[in-house]
Design a protein around this ligand. Structure first.
Ligand code: RP5
Length: 161
């Protein structure tokens, strides 16, 4: 397995609106605790599709996390433009069910790995699990996290969504 430092890894988080940045920040903090670099960008599938196009072309990104509320087209729009893994986080901004179904119900051929509503913690953990296939440091970070979580689920780092 590669011994490359996680400094070479990058997770890029796209959010549909500035109003979504609070959830993205939880992802960034969790990844920072694992020493995984993370960039966060506001880019809407509807309002700024050209920006989405540009960000998705970033050759340094290993995993994308895309989050949006309401009709939540962003995770699917990102997935349609890349062969890299895309984790979709539906945000509870309207009914909840609206964004959840938009992210989960992707048509065959363009998968999005959907987590639960506002589930920043699971999105960060899933991204780390994907990276762990290549970077042993990520496996070690996950092992430490899981051991702590087993001991004390309610006080594990980032045990909230
Ligand atoms: C979605 O619409 C965004 O992801 C956000 O969650 C929601 C509301 O956006 P704003 O009106 O706050 O920009 O596209």
């Amino acid at each position: 397995m590669s011994e490359r430092s996680t400094a070479f890894v990058k997770v890029t988080v796209l959010v549909g609106s500035k109003s979504d940045l609070d959830v993205a920040e939880k992802v960034r903090v969790r990844l920072a605790e694992f020493s995984i670099p993370c960039e966060v960008h506001v880019a809407s599938a509807h309002r700024t599709p050209e920006k989405v196009d540009r960000l998705v072309q970033d050759p340094e990104t290993d995993v994308f996390i895309a989050m949006a509320g309401l009709s939540a087209a962003l995770p699917g729009a990102v997935a349609a433009r890349t062969l890299k893994p895309v984790i979709g986080v539906p945000l509870h901004r309207g009914l909840g069910l609206d964004s959840l179904l938009s992210v989960v119900q992707m048509p065959p051929g363009i998968p999005v790995a959907a987590v639960g509503l506002d589930a920043a913690e699971n999105a960060a953990l899933l991204a780390t699990e994907i990276l762990a296939l290549k970077y042993p440091q990520c496996t070690q970070a996950l092992e430490r996290y899981r051991a702590k979580w087993r001991e004390e689920p309610t006080s594990a780092p980032g045990s909230s969504r």
